[in-house]
Every structure is written in structure tokens, then in C-alpha cells.
Design a protein. Sequence first.
Length: 606
Amino acid sequence: MTHKHEDSFWGGIIKALGLVFGDIGTSPIYTLTIVFALTKPTVANVYGILSLVFWTMTILVTVEYAWLAMALGRKGQGGEIVLREILIKMLKQGRLLAFAGFLSFLGVSLLLGDGVITPAISILSAVEGLLLIPALAGTKQTVLVLIAALIAFTLFFFQHRGTDKVAKIFGPIMALYFGALMLSGLVSIAGMPGIVKAISPHYAFEFFRQNGFAGYIVLSEVILCATGGEALYADMGHLGRKPIVRAWYFVFFALYLNYLGQGAFILSSGQTKNILFAMINHQAPLLYIPFLLLTIMATIIASQAIISGVFSIVYQGITTRLMPLMKVDYTSTHIQSQIYIGAVNWTLMTAVIFVMFFFQKSGNLAAAYGMAVTGSMTITAIMMIMVYSHTMKKWKVPIVVVVGILDLIYFTSTFSKIPHGAYWSIILAAIPFVTIMVWTRGQKALYHALKPLDLETFMISYEQIFGKGRNIPGTGLFFVRGLDVIPPYLVHCVIRSNIIYERNVLISIVRTDEPFGVESLHTKEMGPGLEGFEIQAGYMEVIEIEKIIRAYGITEKVIFYGIEDIATTNPIWKFFALIKKLTPNFVQFNKLPAAKLQGVVTRVEM
């Protein structure tokens, strides 16, 4: 895998703006509009909310992700699956490791569920800005939803071509967009410079003192300003840590100046609907349509970053055996993190468009938003406590604990949204979660049910049959999970059916807990006419098996692999069997030549 971490100082920042900050960058479009739909725009409330926005972005994004999480990478990769891999190395076994595994499955599922709601709310909120164009003021909401759905459809439709070619323009567009946010904020602040005092935490405490429990519920909307913060860590593999952190300081500054500007605009105009668009329209009516188009482009780029992120999470899930195999296409010749997974793409598109039509307005969608993000932040904090308490940097544990408690406060505040639509967050996250749980448990149960044979027992029969000299000319490849255990299909082929070639090669692919690196180990003499070949590859690596074995002079005549025909009355295992049937098997996933493949069916009772 090639990664270009050598971008220039500014080049790296511009790239990060396009790849990482779309989601958090589009939050000013809807955050304050949604907050002030719940809260009266009094001076005390506006100052209180602006203070909360500042401290939410500081603690939950800067401290939790930019400082703490991004210090925990594996070869530059980040995300919850990476945290799980770090913990596997540290803890080896035990209940704590099982708990960490469960948390990472939950965190990954929440992020995947969030991948549906984020594009829907971003695109829909930007399209709603059309209502401030006088000629379009009377547009029906259904028409706006149709426009948003059409944009989403187009975005997903072109995914298979890869974003490599257009990604170059993402950064400059986002830089322009953040520049526009900063400028409009500054113009508005100039009319009311005193608004800058809102940074003081005093106003946030005052807000809670005056509003009590209602103030706590408002946190579930305030968190919208930090959604997308988890992308700093999850997308670390694309660019490396430094460019993302540098770009975040610029983004933070631009976003917060814009929030302050929106606050000043609310106090001077009393406007609480479509605040950002109304503010721009008030400041520069001639520039309103260009700004609206820029915003729509920014939401498309944000959605693109999320789709790429979902592909990346699913690919990590496939190679670490958390998820079933799916057909993966590589859309770039030089950046192998540019992948396309058709099944995920079309499922995601259907879900995004369904959610748009179901909720109709971005304000309604906000009720479903926030729960998955705060849940994911809380899980990241818990896993970081586990990691840091096992390292030399134990002094970081109390800091992570404080951050985790704040995450938990935000997370519990979103429970009030469950009846209003947040249950969709739970439904959307439940689908990948159930799939991961059934798949991981099913794989283990299947392995035990198959009763593999140990190598020594197999060798006794193998050597007798090979010694008869009735062997087939050429080379046969047999795929096994590990070179020390012989799967039932191989016993069936060799011992029961006497299918033995002059040269028999057992091939095992082992995914290491590092993201990158490929090593091969060729054992020439496992027995007469029997060789072993182990490929060790990082969990983000794309491997070309044929190319690797050719380098060792292995040219196969036929490739054997096992297919399990599962017989069961257990509904969970029936679901597992269905997933196995619907998804490609290991050999199809690795794109081996179809003409040479021989699948051997083994019936298994589960």
C-alpha cells in the first residue's frame, strides 16, 4: 500500500480539509438552527449555548481525538478496530479483552449507522437553503427532499469509478468554504464585538443554573457541533497525524468564528430559522446563491468522505474476520485505500434516501442524530482508558476519564430523543452489530463443528497413499486456515478420494495485527510431495496470491477449497448459513482464476 505522507505543509492541510473535515465542517448549517428551535434566543441563552459549543469542540474533538486518540495509531492507522488490535496485543486473553472486543463491535456498528444519517442531514439542510431565494421561497418540502435524494443518488452512482481523480478538487473547495464561514462570522462579530466573551465557561455554567434539566436536554442538540470529530482518528491512515491536527486548528477557528457570528446575528435580528443562510443573505444578498452552491458542494464532499470511511471500516472488518467477505474493487492504481464495495454502496444509498423521505426535514433528522456519535465517542474513551492504563503514559488516564464522563453526559442526554427518531440510530447500528456478532460466533462454532484433523494424524495416511505412486501429474493447491490443522475437505479429497498430485501445496493466509506488510514463508519439505506456503499480510493489505506464489516457482494445475453446507435447526445458525451463501467465499474474494477452482462440499451439523 502506498501512502503519500510527504505532502508539503500546506498541501497536507488542504488535502485534510477535503478528506477529513467535511462532516464537522457542515455542522454550522444546522446546529444553532436546531438548538434555538428548542431554546428561546435570549441574551443569556445565546451566550450560554456559544460557550457550550466552544467547550464541546475543545474537549470532545481537540482533547479526545486530536490529542489523546491520535497518539494511539498502528503504522499511521486509526479507528476503533485499531484500538481493538492494540488491546489484543496488550491483554492477550481474558474477560477484559472480550469486553474490549464487544465495545469495538458496538463502536464500529454505531459509526456505520451514523454513515446513513450524516449524508442525509448534511445534504438536506443545504438544499433547504433554496427557500431563502425569493423566487423559490414557496418550494414544497417534498420537492426539496427529491432534490436532496437526487444529489445523494448521483453521489452513490459514481462511487464505482473511484474518487481518486476528483479528490484533488475537494481540498480547495473545502478551503474556500471554511474561508467563507470565517469571513461571514467576522463580518457579523464586527457589529457586536462583545459576543467574543461567550468563550468564557462562566456562561455555560450560568445556562445550566437557569435552565436546569432542560439545559441538560439541550446538550443532545449542542453535540451536533462536534459530529464528525471521530473522523480525525478514523481517517488518520489516509494522511498521517500531523496534517490532520494542523488542519483541525484552522477548521476549529473558522467554525467557532462562524458560530459567534451566527450568535451575534440571532441577537440583532431575532432570526432562528436557517440562521447561517439568513445571515449570509442579510450580509451579501448578491453572494447568497454562490454561497449556497458552495455549501451544497461542501455537503457532497462531506458525504463522500463518510462513504469512503464506511468502505474503509468494512474492509478492515473483512480482513480482521469480523465481517463476512464481500466483493471489493480497487478504484485507484496507486492509492490502495481507494476501494469500492458494491454491496455496501447500494445498501447505504437505499438507507440514506429512505431516511430523507422518512424524516422530510433536516430539523426532524436532528432527532435521530447525535446518539450514534456520542455513543461512539464514549466507547473510544473507555477503550483509551484500557490502553493508557497498560502503557507508560498512565498520567493520561485521569484526563481520559474526565473526557469519558463528559462523553457519557452527552450520550445520556440524547436518550430524550429516542421517541422522536433516535430509535433509528439504534435500528441502523443494530444491523451491522447483529451481523458482526452472528458472523464471529458462527465462524468459531463452524470451526469446532468441522473437527479439523491435526497434521501428524493426517500425515500417516497421506504418506501411505502418496507412496503408492498413483499420483496425478502437476501441482495442486489446497487452502487451509493454518498449516498445522487439516480441514475436513482436505481429508475427504486426499484420504477418502485419493486425490493426490505429484506436488501438493497447502496455502494459508494469516492476517497480522499490523495494518501493512506482506511476508511469505515457503516450507518445501513437509512430507513427500507436500509443501506449505504461508502468506502473512497486514489487515489493510490487498494481496495478489497468484503473483506471490509465482515468485516461488509454484504454477498450479488446480485449486481446491472447502465449502460448508450447514445443516441446522437453530435460527441464529440459519441466519449465519444464509450470510455464508449470499457472500463470496474466500477464494472468490481473493480473485483466483475460476477455471482452476474446485470447491469441495462438506456437510456440517451445527
